[in-house]
Structure formats: C-alpha cells, structure tokens
Design a protein around this ligand. Sequence first.
Ligand code: NAD
Length: 499
Amino acid sequence: MQELTHYINGEMVKGTSGRFTDVYNPATGEVQAKVPLATIEELNKAIEDAAEAQVAWANTNPQRRARVMMKFGALINEHMEELAELVSKEHGKTIPDAKGDVQRGLEVVEVCMGAPSLLKGEYMDNGGPGIDLYAMRQALGVVAGITPFNFPAMIPLWKMAPAIACGNAMILKPSERCPSTSLRLAELLTEAGLPKGVLQVINGDKEVVDGILDNETIQAVGFVGSTPIAQYIYGRAATNGKRAQCFGGAKNHMIIMPDADMDKAADALIGAGYGAAGERCMAISVAVPVGQETADKLIEKLVPRIEKLKVGPYTAGDDVDYGPVITAASKERINKLITSGVEQGADLVIDGRDFSLQGYENGFFCGPSLFDNVTPDMEIYKEEIFGPVLSTVRTENYEEALDLIMTNNYGNGTAIYTADGDTARDFAHRVNVGMVGINFPIPVPLSYFSFGGWKKSAFGDLNQYGPDAFKFYTKTKTVTARWFSGIKDGAALNFKAMD
Ligand code: NAD
C-alpha cells in the first residue's frame, strides 16, 4: 500500500511517528494509502526551518516573488489533468468538478502574480510641517493553513498563494482524508522556484493542529472546516496571541419568488444542491419557495430532474453527475439525518438512502434525496447535512422567507431567484449573509474580490483571498518622518568663521 509523506524543506519526507491514518478510495470503500500523522517534534523542526527560510524570502523583492507565482500558475495549468485526478481519487468528485476545484485555486494564484501592487502601502506627503507619513505592509513570519477535505486543491491554494506572495513561510496542514494534492502542489511550487522551507506540508490530526496553535513562532492561522472546529481553533489561536481567521460550516438557502423562471430555478437547485454530492460549503441545502403555488411548481420541476441524476465513480467519465461522499461514517450520518427528517414529519419526496451501485457496493454512495414541508425545528433543517439532500421550507411571503435566513445560525451563502429587481436589491441589502447570489445559485466571489461568511460560518476578521488576504498576511508599520534642514541650506558645506 502506498505510504504518503510530509513535504519538508523541498522534499517528500517519510513520517517518523509510526502513526498513520487510512486514506480511502470513496468509490470502492478500499484503503488506497496511509498518511503519516506527524509528531510535535517533526512539526516544531519544520517550523524552525520555515522561520529560517522566511527571512530571505521576505527580503526577496515582491516582483521576484510574484514571478514564482507566475511559474506556479503555468505549472498548475500544465498539470491540470494530473491534479484533477489526484483530487478525484481521494475525494471522489467527478473530473470536471475536480478541474473546477483546481481552477478556482489557480485563479487566486493569478491574483498573487500582481502581489506587488497590493503590497505598496500608503504615503502622506506633508502630514505636518516638513513631516511625511508612510505605512508599509510587512510579512508576518511563519503562518499556518489548516484545510478541509472537500476542496483538496482550491482551499490549500487559497491559503498558500497569498501567504507566500506576501513574503511569509507557511505550514500547511491539509485534511488527512485528501492529502495528496497538497503534497503535489508543494512540489510544483518548488519547481516554480520557491526556496526550500518556505512551504512545509505537515500531515496530521488534532495533535499537530494543537501543536500549531501552541507554537510561539506561528504568527497567524487560517482555518477552513466545520463550525465547531473553526470556533475551537479561533479561540485557542487568539488566546495564544495569534491572528486567526476561521471559516466554518453552512446552511445555505435559496428563495424562489413566484415570478422566478421556474425551470432556471430548478436547474440551479440541482447543480447547487446535489453537485459534489452536496459536499460544498456553498451548496444550497434549503429551497425556500414563496407561496404554495410556487412550492408545488418547484417540486414538480425538481422531481424529474433529480430522478435523472447519475451517481457513480469519477472513472465513469462524463456519465456521472456526482460521486460518493467522503467516508462510510459520513454516509451513515446522512442516512440517519434523513430518517430523523421522516420521523419528525417532513415529506420525503425522493429517498436516496437505499442507493447501491453495481460493482461499487462498498463505495460511500448516497442517492439524491428531496424533502418537502420541512420546518425550522427539525434536525434536517438545523444540521449541516453535507450530503445530496435538499430540504424545502415553504413560506407564505417574502418577509417570512427573509426572516428564515436572517434567524439561521449560519451565514455563508444565499441566493434569490426572481424577475423583480426591487425584491432582489432589497434582499441583497438586508440579508445577514456574507455572499449573495441574484439568479445565481453558488455565489463564490471571483478571486479579486474575497470569500467569507457571516454569523457561525466565520470567526475572526477579514475574508479569504483577494485584497483582504493581503491585509491578513501582512502587518502594518507606520513611519512618521521629519528631516531637519541640512545640506540643501548649505549648512554643512560653507566654511564658517568662528563667531
Ligand atoms: P473538519 O472541521 O472536520 O476538518 C477541517 C480540518 O480540521 C482538517 O484539517 C482536520 O484535520 C482538522 N481537525 C478536525 N478535527 C479537529 C480537532 N478536533 N481539533 C483540531 N483540528 C481538527 O472539516 P471537514 O469535514 O474536513 O470539512 C467539511 C466542513 O468544512 C464543512 O462543515 C464545510 O461547510 C466546511 N467548509 C467551509 C468552508 C468555508 O469557507 N466556510 C469551505 C469549505 C468547507
């Protein structure tokens, strides 16, 4: 069986702890590799080496650092097929979806090619008599990225590219379920010219994460994962005096107004609800039709579309709409939540619990499920299911629909489908959610904006990628300068007689 490694000082390095965790092929249910779980000693040594490498890297001019990003971007493009395959093999998503995963990370690398213009700082001429002020943005030192399983390329790239372009070194702790893409990306960064030690990929579990949070050299922590862990990491990092931004889970709603194009709304819900088996933090998991007639029409449009969905392994190519979920435990949890929905009185219109695929009976596949008449007190509404399950909460009017979203604990993404600009504008203005789609189901902002939720979907300050990332990964130093009159007034050059 394949034994995976860490990536330390420019090389794949075997783990020394003797502790491993299994990496599955979710389509077959087989263990395909084992990944080492680092010790605190391995972690601390990697951090020490990163700190040493960071000094020269921060002193490398920003344009030269940006050139590494340019080469890195070219290499990602060149290796797109290989990277997508690595993603699919461990995560299970389809190849086109895996390419999207790589592509949305690559777009952040592309913004980092222009890092110098985002690192320029500020200047005030004559802030007082003969006084100038300037503020510079300097790298933090060694920072850490801790990432989830569901975007094995995109989220590590969101972390590493801006941190490194700003002149930091990074310790990346990818998800132990999908570690291979991060290891390969680190290798490509070295090939692009990144000095050894500036990016260290350390595999591990809670022990390593706690080691990162308690290590005094680590200046900042960027986390993405589930809400309880995000909150925990934010608390411990902040207590230890670190800068922290921790992005958590979600429960994203889509309002369907009576004037919406119902075919377009149904198509959008299929992609946003069932794509990637619902394992996206921006997945739409709650459809909120306004009015009984809208709800009836929507369900009528959704059912045949859901029945047509093809579930299978990524190796089946274009024939598949979505793949397995990540683990057997995840499948079991999803099925239990569906059962709780039935027990609590929701209407299970389509039941995906008994799904089985010939030849892949041990794979972690879930059929698509659709609920109608879900109410906010039910477990299926309250929990982030993270599976191919769409819940419908019927509402009587727009205000009731908006209130449902406003009072939900999460605030990552949301969407509205309507033909009315006034309603859409009101929604975008009032809703307390970080990313809003208008006739757009998964409003992940492009890489030159930034990504972040509100409420329990994010802890800390500033968003991921875009201009916010350049603020997060640098600290401001402000200089107030005055120069007394000197050589220009001739004071130093004139031969002066003694008074
Ligand atoms: P997770 O919280 O289980 O794991 C995320 C990371 O935290 C992993 O690297 C893992 O090793 C580590 N970790 C897990 N348990 C830990 C513990 N007890 N102590 C310290 N570290 C721990 O999340 P996941 O299952 O990998 O990812 C899915 C979750 O991520 C979903 O909730 C999803 O909504 C969320 N997510 C959020 C965003 C966002 O930007 N808001 C993006 C993608 C995914």
